[in-house]
Design a protein around this ligand. Structure first.
Ligand code: ATP
Ligand code: FE2
Length: 326
């Protein structure tokens, strides 16, 4: 069985084609890069509307399949930016109708976890999902993916991007800051905000910008932000693992590409006799392959959707999804 998945919750529109063994046959995407400022939802949606059809064609040719051979269309139903979600849902409905195949709306956060289980040996991991818009610690319990901890304000990637933007760096700033952090060495005082199982980043952003104004070097600030923010994330992930006695941790989301984060979580895991898994970078960021694969899993679990049930949900929660496939 072959599924085509379309992702488009935020700045990236992606199309992936995956088979039932989780072989990724194609995974192509295009990201809007605003000239300045943040992402405007309507502009991102227009970008996705223009890019999605060429991407579907590109994915089919990369996979070496004709669209007629696709058995299932899946799309990111939420959470995300309304205009982007609606654009991608419309494209998915049109494609499914024209191919006369089933359509399934997929929870974006669940997809980050499922693709990790699909392409790494992880069986029942705690997922540290760290991206621009989301920061959550998720694990499977009693038929659902439960959120054990999350950010109380902005996502960690969003904090990095906002800090970078204020300092004149390009978007996305996360990878640029990672490079700068390697040249930093002075650990500056930044708020360490862990509240129970939750984290918060806006105080750190304010404090880091204030230190920048006082003339601290960008390298030292990048270094300090990474050390403090990633320590917070490592702490709550470890606590979730300890609570449910779990010895696997999976990273997902764009920030999971960060080597320093991988190093810290990997060290925590090995210290407690656990294993860490990191999917390839192209499957960590927002991508269509994870949507296709999760659609296949849902289909296997008996999930079916009428067109009327494919309405998007900007606030689609991870634990709203009945996980019928495991
Ligand atoms: P979501 O819709 O899931 O919230 P997103 O739209 O932010 O995600 P992703 O592609 O998962 O999309 O993640 C992008 C984020 O990852 C950006 O904030 C970017 O700065 C960050 N990022 C990417 N690479 C790195 C890196 N090497 N180090 C730190 N952050 C990174
Ligand atoms: Fe994401």
């Amino acid at each position: 069985m072959l599924a085509l998945g379309i992702e488009g919750t935020a700045h990236t529109v992606g199309v992936g084609i995956v088979d039932e063994t989780c072989r990724v046959r194609a995974n192509v995407y295009d990201m809007i890069r605003p000239e300045k400022g943040g992402i405007h939802p309507r502009e991102a949606a227009n970008h996705h509307a223009e890019a999605v059809v060429p991407l579907i064609r590109k994915a089919a040719s990369a996979a070496g399949v004709r669209l007629k051979e696709i058995d299932l269309v899946a799309f990111s139903q939420g959470p995300g930016l309304g205009p982007c979600l609606r654009t991608v849902a419309t494209a998915a409905r049109a494609l499914a109708l024209s191919l006369k195949v089933p359509i399934l709306g997929v929870n974006h956060c669940v997809a980050h976890l499922e693709i990790g289980r699909g392409v790494t040996p992880a069986k029942d991991p705690v997922l540290l999902y760290v991206s621009g818009g989301n920061t959550q610690v998720i694990a499977f319990a009693r038929g659902r993916y439960r959120v054990f901890g999350e950010t109380l304000d902005i996502g960690v990637g969003n904090m990095l991007d906002k800090f970078g933007r204020e300092c004149g760096l390009a978007f996305p700033s996360g990878p640029i800051l990672e490079g700068l952090a390697r040249k930093g060495s002075k650990l500056l005082p930044l708020p360490y905000s862990v509240k129970g199982m939750d984290v918060a980043f806006s105080g750190m952003l304010t404090a880091a910008l204030a230190l920048r104004k006082q003339g601290e070097a960008l390298e030292d600030l990048a270094f300090s932000i990474q050390e403090v923010a990633f320590a917070m994330l490592t702490e709550v992930t470890e606590r979730a693992m300890a609570h449910i006695d779990n010895d696997e941790v999976l990273l997902g989301g764009g920030v999971a590409r960060n080597r320093r984060l991988q190093e810290m979580v990997g060290r925590m895991a090995s210290d407690r006799g656990a294993r860490m898994f990191v999917p390839p970078g192209d499957l960590c960021i927002d991508n269509g392959a994870m949507i296709a694969w999760t659609g296949l899993q849902m289909h296997r679990g008996g999930v079916r959707m009428k067109l009327a049930e494919t309405v998007v949900d900007q606030r689609y929660r991870t634990d709203e999804v009945p996980v019928t496939w495991r």
